[in-house]
Design a binder for this molecule. Sequence first.
Ligand SMILES: NC(=O)c1ccc[n+]([C@@H]2O[C@H](COP(=O)([O-])OP(=O)(O)OC[C@H]3O[C@@H](n4cnc5c(N)ncnc54)[C@H](OP(=O)(O)O)[C@@H]3O)[C@@H](O)[C@H]2O)c1
Length: 209
Amino acid sequence: MTLAFIGIGNVGFALANNLEQKGYSIIIANDNPDSQSVQKALVQNFNFGVLPLQEAIDTAEVIFLATPFHVNEVLLKGLDFRGKPLVDCTNPVGAGISHGLESKISGSEKIQEWAPTANVVKAYTIYGFENFSNPEYLNAKEQPSMLFAGNTTEAKQKVASIIEASGFYAKDVGALDQALHLEHMTLLWVKMVRRDGHHPNFMWAYLEK
Ligand SMILES: NC(=O)c1ccc[n+]([C@@H]2O[C@H](COP(=O)([O-])OP(=O)(O)OC[C@H]3O[C@@H](n4cnc5c(N)ncnc54)[C@H](OP(=O)(O)O)[C@@H]3O)[C@@H](O)[C@H]2O)c1
């Protein structure tokens, strides 16, 4: 399966590199192939391809968005996703590690508004990027969980299979409006780790009986 990555920085590269090693074909989607993060990613993984944004979207089956949240409205304008899954890895973060949209609406619902031809699925935001290249804990009984949310079953099934391949237990938490709560989980993780000094490789597991 071919995956396109819009944004290949900390998050995009860690995920793309993990998934390339699991057999996925990776295309970096960028109209400027000379950008610093694109060049750095290509040096670190020779197997990545690069295509202009719309061409990469046309080629891939699933597209990942891993850019600073504030660039997304302009970036997504006019792109045609033709109903493909768009995995929203971005977080609207405001002053003092607060919710950047004042918790009135999730960032993912705004992404869906700005990319109406995509089927947005929120995933890969509740932990730092340090956990995306290799989330496996060989001595643990439970896998770390990746919670995801979206409005379309078909898109969520595709994303769930990618989440499993990347080494997480994939847990569907419901429709896209649940993304607001995932974004708050992100803020919890960020405050614990980036502000309060907890270990960056801590994650949560979903237990049920
Ligand atoms: N860092 C984390 O631990 C973490 C974890 C989960 C989620 N997130 C979220 O994931 C997103 C990315 O975070 P990151 O840490 O990976 O950021 P990053 O390392 O700064 O990477 C950002 C990427 O977005 C690209 N980009 C920036 N502006 C762009 C534009 N206008 N058009 C196209 N591409 C653009 C950059 O490309 P250039 O080199 O061309 O600028 C770069 O490839 C953020 O929304 C963040 O909140 C972060």
